[in-house]
Ligand binder design. Structure first.
Ligand code: PRP
Length: 213
């Protein structure tokens, strides 16, 4: 019976997360990884991993279905979930930025139309500056919005910057830096303190440092 269930975001950070876990002595067999199973155990049987959409990681952890999760700070800033964040895993580095057409200042009349997958971050960012915005919520390929005239600019995640440059866009302003965080359910942190400490110590070893205070 696994001691802890850990929700891992599928996609961009999944491989880096599994590499960090392996460096920390938590291994998942190749055959389990090759399968399409969405819930697998590590080789010791101590951990069960569930692979979910990154934006769903805080949901699983807050509800206690998963004790812990690995998720980007970008997702946590967008989420209102009440979670403990004991460790910066120093993988999945990226920025959340405002971007628009490269080298062109286009006059905007009325509210700025901003396309994004991050409506909360966008509203907070422009709201703090007193800039009226119309937020156009998309679920992917956000860079297309200014190119096709759906929006004046975007708020999106930038990792290498390639998607922006190949679509004729550039960063105007960085809103926040992001990296992957270990998040823990508040009740699990108390009730499964020994298992959570063991995981934190293993990950800290994997990161090449002592447990963060
Ligand atoms: C993210 C983000 C950008 C891209 C940035 O999208 O929304 O589109 O990656 O990466 P880059 O700076 O290295 O080019 P993702 O791959 O998660 O897919 P999505 O468009 O479906 O959200």
């Amino acid at each position: 019976m696994p001691e802890l269930t850990i929700a891992v975001g599928k996609g961009r950070m999944q491989d880096e997360t599994l590499e960090l876990l392996a460096r920390s002595g938590v291994s998942v067999s190749r055959s389990a990884l090759k399968s399409r199973r969405l819930a697998i155990e590590d080789e010791s049987g101590a951990y069960r991993f569930v692979f979910v959409k990154p934006s769903d990681v805080p949901v699983y952890v807050e509800h206690g279905i998963a004790d812990c999760g690995v998720v980007g700070r970008d997702v946590l800033l967008e989420s209102a979930a009440d979670l403990l964040q004991p460790l910066d895993l120093r993988i999945g580095f990226c920025r959340i930025a405002v971007a628009t057409h490269a080298g062109q200042s286009r006059p905007v009349t009325g509210a700025l139309r901003v396309a994004t997958k991050y409506p909360q971050i966008t509203a907070a960012h422009f709201g703090a500056r007193g800039v009226p915005v119309e937020i156009i919520e998309l679920s992917g390929s956000v860079e297309l919005a200014p190119v096709l005239g759906l929006a004046d600019c975007i708020v999106d995640l930038v990792e290498t910057g390639r998607t922006l440059s190949e679509n004729g866009l550039e960063v105007v302003e960085v809103i926040a830096e992001s990296s992957a965080r270990l998040v823990v359910n508040r009740a699990s942190y108390q009730l499964k303190a020994t298992a959570v400490s063991r995981l934190l110590e293993a990950l800290s070893r994997g990161l090449g440092k002592g447990v963060a205070g």
